[in-house]
Every structure is written in C-alpha cells, then in structure tokens.
Design a protein around this ligand. Sequence first.
Ligand code: SAM
Length: 213
Amino acid sequence: MRLRNIKGSRDVIAESEFVVHEFREAKGKWAEIFENANPIRIEVGMGKGQFIYELARRNPDINYIGIEKFSSVLLRAIQKMEKEPLPNLKFIRMEAEWITDVFEKDEVDRIYLNFSDPWPKDRHAKRRLESRQFLERYDSFLKKDGIIEFKTDNHDLFMFSLDEVKEAKWNLDEVTYDLHNDEVMNENNIMTEYEERFSSMGNPIYKYIISRN
Ligand code: SAM
C-alpha cells in the first residue's frame, strides 16, 4: 500500500493547513489548536486515513489526530481533507516513538491502533505499537479512564499484544478473535483500508479494548 516517492508529497505536506507541523510545540495546547475543549482521540499509524476521517465525519464533537510517518500515505489523507475538510481532524507526520513529546498528561482520551506493522523479528519487538514500551508511552498522556482499541488480522502480533497487556498490567476489557462475526463488538465498526483488504481475503479480524482502571 505504501506509495513510495510520490513526487512533491513532502511539499504538499509542508504547505498543508491540515497538518500540525510544529507538533512538539502543540504539547498541552491541543484544545487551543482545535479551538474547543472537546475530547481528543488519536490513531497511530493511520496510513491513508480512511478510518479516522470517517470517525471524524461521524463525530463532530470529538477531535481527532492521525499520526503517520510516511509522507506518501499521509498525502492521501490530506487529499481527502482538501475535497471535504473537517474542522475536528488534524494530522501529524512523525515517527510514533516520539509521541510523548506531543501530548501532555491526560490530553488524550482514546488511542486507536489499526493493522500495525508486525515487526516479526523478536529483536524488533519494542518497535511494535502494542509493545510494553509503547504502552508505557501511551500511559503518560492517556486519561485515567481512557482506552486503547487495537484491530489486526495478524495472529502472532495479536497474541504478542495480549501478552504485553498482561505484562504492563493493563486491563483487557473486551476481546474478539472474529470481529466481523461479533455482533456486539462489530456494532458501528469502521473498516480501515487494511481491514477491507484482509477481511475480503477471508482473514478473521482480531480486536481488543484495554484500559488501566
Ligand atoms: N491503519 C491503517 C489501516 O489499517 O489501513 C494502515 C495500516 S499499515 C499496515 C501501518 C501504517 O502505520 C503504515 O502507514 C505505517 O507507515 C504506519 N506506521 C507504522 N509504524 C509507525 C510508527 N512507528 N510511527 C508512525 N507511523 C507508523
């Protein structure tokens, strides 16, 4: 899916009003940036942004921030916003490892992780967005009663993520090994690009919701 070397994508991003460029300066100031005190929810590794764009469209009283490290896919999300702008959606182009530089304690009330890169080698486990290292980062800015929602079709990554939840002493509030056939958890489900692709191949979709109350 990654579209490498799209000509000018970095220039488009640099000039886009939908991207928060000085994101480190935004720490603790997201309410000012959105010009309201509505809850803030983020998607880490949003790809082309189909999921977060639709969430933002359906929920105008919630603010959303999509984080993506690659310009080529972020460009697609920007193009959606250019066609039909939403005031409650912003983007950041960054490597998620630095996420604690961007959000203040209690600034975010929900984190979405969708079809994260699996990093299959053990020595790369800490790069997985569901690793204990990332959970510790999320812990520093997620509200006390905030939640993380994670979906994937990757069985090994999902099993790893469940171990990490336990290891980090978060609560596993809800879990399914077949989201699309789970009436309760699938209610109002918004499909991501990867979810559409992999479920159409017959892969079951796994999902957890975790918290630390
Ligand atoms: N979430 C989308 C979906 O479900 O269709 C895209 C899934 S794609 C497999 C993973 C995306 O996460 C890629 O666009 C990748 O560049 C981004 N990503 C992975 N690790 C990241 C990181 N550490 N920081 C920022 N973005 C990341």
